[in-house]
Structures are given as C-alpha cells and as structure tokens.
Design a protein around this ligand. Sequence first.
Ligand code: ADP
Ligand code: MG
Length: 701
Amino acid sequence: MEENLRTPDTYFADNVFNEHVMANRLPRKVFEAVMSTRRLGTPLPRDAADVVAGAMKDWAVSKGCTHYTHWFQPMTGITAEKHDAFLTPKGGGVILEFSGKELIKGEPDASSFPSGGLRATFEARGYTAWDPTSDAFIKDRTLCIPTGFVAYTGEVLDKKTPLLRSMEAVSRASVRMLRLFGNDRVQRVLTNVGPEQEYFLIDKSSFDAREDLILTGRTLFGAMPPKGEEMDDHYFGNLTQRVSDFMRELDEELWKLGIYAKTEHNEVAPAQHELAPVYTTSNIAADHNQLTMELMKKTALRHGLVCLLHEKPFAGISGSGKHNNWSLSTDDGQNLLDPGDTPQDNMIFLLTLCAILKGVKEYAPLLRLSSASAGNDCRLGGNEAPPTVISVFVGDDLQRVLDAIEQGKPLDANGKERFNLGVDAIPQFRKDATDRNRTSPMAFTGNKFEFRMLGSADSISCFNFVMNTVFASVVTGFCEELEQAADFRSALHELLVRTIRENRDIIFNGNGYGDEWFDECRRRGLPNYPSTVEALMQYDRPEFVQIFEEQKVLTGAEITSRKEILLENYSKTVGIEAKTMLDMARKKILPAVISYTKELMDSIDLKHRLFDEIRIHARVEEELAAKISDLTAALYDAIGDLREQIDAAARAEGTIATAQAYRSLVVPAMERMRTTADALEVLVPQEKWPFPCYSEILYNI
Ligand code: ADP
Ligand code: MG
C-alpha cells in the first residue's frame, strides 16, 4: 500500500543512470566528458570510460543488481540481451568488477542473429558498442547498457546504429541550413519522436485456448461477432477495473525507467487501448518504445491478461498501429516545424516544409517500406489505417500559403491576411488545423508530422532513420543550391516556388479512405505497393542506395542485407501462420464439425425412425447437416490446397522468389481456407466450436 501512495515525482527515473545520477556520482571532469560526448558526439577517453563503468556498477549494485547486459536491437525486431555477472574471482573469493572495456564493447555471437548474407564476411564475429547518448537502466535486477550491434568488419546489424547515424545527418544538414539564415549559435539539431502505441488486452484463458494466438499473435480464424465497433462506445470509454489496474502498474513501471508515459485510453476497437509518451529525442524514444512494448507484455501477465501487439489480431475489427510524431528542434529549443510568429522563422519553417514535401515525394517507396511487415499487410489500406499509397496532409491553412507562394499572389484568406514574399510578411497559421484528418499516412499536425503507417509491433527505428536520411539529403541539396546563389532572397524564393510546383502532387488533404483517392493516385502517378514484398523490392534502388551512402547511414551492402532479412522474415511469418492454420483446421475444426454432423445425423435418424408414422420432419437438421457437410468438404479441399501452396513456396529458390510465392500463393490460400472455416463457425454451436470465438475473447475483461 505504502508504495502506491508515493507520488510519481519521487520515483520517476529511479532505475535510470541518467545525467542527474552521473552528476552526483562522477568526478566533475569525467561528467563533463560524458556530457560532451552526448551533446557534441566527441569520443569518450578510455580512462573516463573506466570511471563511468565503475560508477555505474556501484550504483547498480546498490540497487540490488548482480548482472549487466549489453541491450541491443538486432534485426529480429525485438531486443536482445546476454547477461554477465559483475563477479570476478580474486584470491579465492570474488570481487565485483565492471571495466570501461566491458562497458564499451561486448561480443555476442553474431551468427545467431539475422545478418542477411553479411554473416559470411565476418565469420560470426560481431560486437555491441555502447551508445553513450542513451541512459543505462535497471531491468530485472540487471544493469542494461544500450548498445549498437555491428559486425567485426563494421557492417551494421541492428536497428539502432542507422538511427544514430541518421540523426547526425539531420543535424549536419539542418545546421548548415540555419547558417544560411545567419544563425551562428545553433550547434546541433535533434529529431524528436512521440510514438503513440496501440495494443489489445485479452484474458489469458482465451489466449491459451487458441493455437493461432500462441504461435502467431493473431487469430487466423474467427467469424465477426454480433457486436463490433458500430456503437462507437469503446473509444475513450470507461476502463474496466482490471484494465485500469494494469495501466496503473504499467505507468509506474515505465516511470521508474524514466519513460514519460502520459496518455492512456481505450481505442476504437473493443479490448483495444493506446499509450502515448511525451516525445523525446529519437534514439531515446526508440529505446523507450521497445521497453514499453516489453513491459506491456510482462505487466499484462501479472493481471491474468495477455497484451497483443500484432497489427491485426482480429479480422473485421480495427487493427493496431503506432503513430510516429516527428519533429526537429535546435539545441536552443526552437522547433523547425513550428510555423512561428516572425517572418524569418517562417522562412525556415517553409524551407523545412518544402524539404519534407520533396523528400516524401521522391522517396515515397522508402517511407512505404519502412512500415512493411506481414502483420501490417493485414492492416494498411483497410479503411482503418492509411492506404498503402504515400501522401502528405498539410491542411487548408497551409495549403493556402503554399498556393499563394507558388502563384506569386497575395494570400486572400477572407481578404484579411496579405502575403507578399518580397516584404517577408507571412501570415500566422492557426496551429491546430481545424480539420483533424485521420486518414493520411503523413499528416502535418500543428508543429510536427505524424506518420501513421507504422504497425503496432514495429520498431520505430526504421521509419525514423529513413525519414531522417531523406530529409538530410534534400536539405543538403537545398543548401548546395542556396550557398551558390548571388542573391540569397531571390534564390530562396525561386527554390520554394519550384519545390512547391514540382511536389504538390504528394499533397492530399481529403479522405484517404475514399475510393476516389485511389483513382486520383493513379492519375497522379503516385506509386502503390500493396504488400510488404512489393515494397521491400524497392529498397536497393540505386537512387536510394545513393542517399544512404551519401548521408553515411547505410552502405549498399548493408541495404541489401536488410532487404534479405526483411523478406526472409516475411516468408517465415507467413509460413508459420499457414502451418498453424493447417494444424488447427486438421486437428481441431475438422474433428469438431464431423462430430457435430454426426449428432445431427443421429437426430435425423431418430426422428425418422420414431416419427415416420406421424410424419414429423427433420428439416432443420437435414438442411444444417447438408450445409455443414458441403462446407466440411470445402474445408478439406482447402487444407489440401494450402498444403500444396506451402510446398510450392518451399520449392521457390532464393529469398525474393520465396517471398513472392508466399505472397501470391500462400496468402490467398490462407484467405480461402479462412472464409470456409468462418462460414462453418457460424453454423456450429459455440460450445462445440474447438476454440473461443470473437465475442468470448473481445468482451471478456
Ligand atoms: P493524438 O492522438 O491527437 O495524435 P496524442 O496526445 O495521443 O495525440 O499523441 C501525440 C503525441 O505526439 C505524443 O506522444 C506527444 O508527445 C507527441 N508530440 C507532441 N509534440 C511533438 C513534437 N514537437 N515532436 C514530436 N512529437 C510530439
Ligand atoms: Mg495521433
């Protein structure tokens, strides 16, 4: 009870070795060296690292830790850790030790993690390298040190390293841009992210009773319940006691880790919820989001619940996404995406905005593939999440400003505001766009862009390093052009007008779920990659490799390896789902429907025998038995069909052909089987169906 009475400010970040703890525990010079590493990226001297390691160990041991781990984010999509004890034998006893060397570098067996062909070049040797910009923390009495994961030859094998590099690229390009406007103070520009995390909570007993949930995280069968989302009564609805207890405990766990969990509420679908933290620097936000997902799962179990992070746990019910709110801020706290009040700030804003429009238009396939996964394929484009075509929402106010610049006309908003580039008088924008467009993949929301395509289970790293790289590349191009200009003002004007003109096609302020938009996309020639496989195929296009290499984020070889890993991952995921369906259909559904048919037949037989004389009919049983028998035969055929498609995919050669086979052969066969099985579910009594149905799962907590 005592614990519950403590206010969050008394234990916030208790388990984090943050700047405050360092200031208290490190000698002044070492502390300053760490701060300079954090803020300016200068390397930390080895002797300073030894001191930091010693202080970290003492702090961790004082909080009950016995082990430490390098905590990293390999391409599996989840985090990895290998625990080592602090113990070192000495003179027959032990001492607790942790050196700068152990802090800075670890050597997990790289061959056990996906490397997409890079493995051969470094013969299973890889190392984790400390990321001193992200705080170490305590989890399960273990000191966790955030690290990047690279091959011995230097190739990147994780999700974090490219993110850190892309943040450098953004900073370089943006500082260069600010210099053009005479800003000599700013040394660094940071990217910020606030990821809104959606998830489902279900009772553990429902979870345990379904092989599909256990093995794949989503239901592979299931007819729609009588009540779905039509009443709109779940969004922001009251929390049940159990869910509210879960959220309270989760908040406390997150706060202890210094994660600013702030907003929690019910989402649109039954059993669906959302958690949004206060935004922070991208790499920290990425670490925090991984920890949040992990703690959601662990905390749920303590409440007899299971947290589903899959993008589409239930067909026909809204899936879960992760909205990535992205912005840029200078080291003196200025948000480059804030329209601002002064004309000069507005020019920086407009140039930043134009860089984003151009970047999104030119590199749309990269942004699309940054959210590609087998799970997200079930969600994107389904009138509950953004379509698979990338576009940008800017809202009416901003649209008018862009139109006015492009046409060289004064802004005629109700005749009140006047806009004239020559005198730098730019009207103020209403910050909260009145029309809160919720259908756009990428929406300007006042002072940030919200990318809404990410799936709930995704790491946010990929989208962010792609977005950062694209932005840095376009801004670098702008700077090269403007630095050459004899007359900066007119060159800037010309650049803005041209950029708006060339990229206005990427802007769409209407309803992204409407059919008209699909026709319009085709007319505009915007690319559409409906599934993960088509999207990932774009990854290594030469113009994409070029920007990653120029911005020093990834090499061509690293991109190829990522493409391989992600395609392989797709094939494996679909393969497991398909085999799980086969298993459930053969071992659960078929026996259940056959035995129910037998019951019906017995009843028919009985009626015929007993009531033959008085002609009481068995019409209902007969019709049901006939329908079920037909569907049972169809299900039996669907099993054979799916088996064949899986075998065909297994015969495909190479990663690409295999992924394509899973996408074009196996996925449709899974859909066919599901349709048949779901039709059977509706006809069979609930207690005879071999696993819990949707209404039992969704309205049970
Ligand atoms: P909504 O559901 O209306 O999109 P939420 O409050 O659920 O809004 O989430 C908004 C998210 O955006 C939060 O995580 C918040 O911290 C984040 N955010 C706010 N301002 C910025 C910013 N300047 N840069 C990045 N993220 C931001
Ligand atoms: Mg949002």
